[in-house]
Ligand binder design. Sequence first.
Ligand code: PGA
Length: 228
Amino acid sequence: MIVALNHKSNFTKEELLSYLDAYKNLNTYNHEMILIPSVCYLSLIPSNLTYASQDVSSKDMGAYTGEVTAKAIRSLGAKYTLINHSERTTKMNENLDISKQKLEQAFSNDLIPIICIGDSLEEHKNGEYVDKIKKDMDYLLSDIDKSKDFIIAYEPIFAIGTGIVPTNEDIEKVTTMLKETYHKKILYGGSANEKNIDELKQVKDIDGFLLGGISLKLPSLQEFLNKL
Ligand code: PGA
């Protein structure tokens, strides 16, 4: 399985270095681990590990003060980048148009996008969520060659960092639609942890997990991996 570790905006340099030191002793079995630290630490990740960026600029290289381009991130050895994480759209006021530009930047700079897609609690409750997710995905992928390499992460927005996880049956409505429509690897993300992994790993049509909170705590992550 793929296990992607989204550190979000956590850790000082010293904290990350001691995390990396302890990470060496983690038993990751045969899972494909992807470390996703804050972008400023990408060059601290040992080259034998696979790592990703949490975001890329929607712009190409040039006069865009403060932006971190996909080209620069790729040159630091990152293999993947998250695109359209709901914390970008709900907390940083980005929208699907910006995410689409970022997706194009990732593709044109040889970064494999992990496209995050999710529904709000309201959309989930009124049953429109499968259609809404398909509509958003189709918009992001419009004019893009679907045979390109990408991963999709289904992350219900109300599940991120809250401890609320939809039922497997509810998750499968999305993961099965995503698998049948796009034929790519599918991750689940949103409060997945060492306590609910026994249940979540039974979700159909998933190839791994995108982890936030638990990715920061190596003993819990180890328990998660032991059960995966
Ligand atoms: P969480 O975050 O595991 O803390 O819910 C997941 C994510 O935001 O990718």
